[in-house]
Design a protein around this ligand. Sequence first.
Ligand code: FRU
Length: 491
Amino acid sequence: MKVTYQEKHRPQYHFSPAKNWLNDPNGMVYFNGEYHLFYQHHPFGTTWGPMHWGHAISKDLVHWEHQPIALEPDEHGAIFSGSAVVDWNNTTGFFPDEPGLVAIYTSAGTYPDSERPRQRQSIAYSKDSGRTWIKYEGNPVLSDENITDYRDPKVFWHEETDKWVMVLATGQSLMFYTSPNLIDWEFASEFGNTAGSHAGVWECPDLFRLPVDGDEHRQKWVLLVSIGDNHDFKEGSRTQYFVGEFDGSVFVNDNSDETILWLDYGRDNYAGVSWSDIPSTDGRRIYIGWMSNWRYANLVPTKGWRSAMTLPRELSLVSCEEGVRLVQKPVEEVKVLRNKTDIYENLIVEAHGSIYDLVSDSLEIVAEFEVQDASVFGIILRNANGEKLVVSYDVGKEILAVDRTHAGDNSFSDSFAAVQEAKVNAVGSKVKLQIFLDASTIEVFANDGEAAFTSLVFPKEAYQELQLFAEDGTVKIESLKLTEMKSIWGA
Ligand code: FRU
């Protein structure tokens, strides 16, 4: 019998650790038909501690098999975040027989005889598809005594210059390095001191190229940067992105320094990065994020395990009036989890509209609204404890809001109760919401991924009903689909 992870608040179709603490996704790489997901893990406690790389493998991005710990702390320190790549051409010399995996991560320790933190980059390699890892004897491979926050290397092969590129978080900026062999690194450039949001320390960067509007001849580079918690900002930790050009050594931002682009408008999507080595025949850029926030990550009311990942999301670029923007939607593989769907069509909703019983708290809800004369409309999920999670659209302001102020337990942090908002334009007169509810997590994708909201909620008991509502008039629901989602565990 396989374990089915039935603890209170435990998501059933999102990845979470078998037990204990999880934070950032790390080292995601596709190799020999397997998706690897490593993650920041404290195997002996439910709060952040000495970091290891936990590991899981999936053949379909949906069902995961937990693996033994991949990397443990050593004489260089704990194993902080980083990436992994396939060394197809044996640039390292580690793979004389056949290609294998190289992990590039931060060794987080202290200077000798001192408490002063020291962060340096190390590598490890695997000749058995990620099952076991050998740390490179010459570690660390990159260090800089003058920079304290010096971490989270994301590495990829840059075809045009025939080099590995590393993007590293360096306090309030990013630094780019290049290498022929993943061992010898050369500084290339620095980006970001004056650009975007500096509300917190910069962490967990990622850099990749995507076609704009699906046009392979028009490509742009996307630079993701997570920014840490700062008590002056109510949002806590969050992730921004830049769009621009990259020539193998320098990133040029297309937007003004003042432009801030957020990846997600919910509070709980942090430190996300994308998979390496997805075959070009697939061509997708697939991303996963950590569903929590440093403001309260150590405090959320779960027992025995802590934190889960977002659904894997496909990223793409679209051009709109304001410029080129990132769009994200759950990968299509998630569809295999759909169990039974109830469909309701052409409903006119007025004031407190119809109520639907929910059979499960593992749900996909897809609602297509057509704006009529209501000023605000939306969906309420509620339980018998009077707890409610409200997703609403304000037609005049064109604002979509995910309100968790009364959605469940907020007591563990003053920052938790929140209304999460973003500008969302109706398309014609339509607003489409795709919502994934999974115990203590909710992901809302508006208008096919133009805006995403990822949010935790801790209801005392599952939401048992869904209510549609409209204020000051009516809204038409072209269709409402309620789908029970299967668990990824067990069976
Ligand atoms: C981001 C982060 C990284 C660091 C890791 C430590 O959440 O702070 O910068 O490598 O977590 O667990």
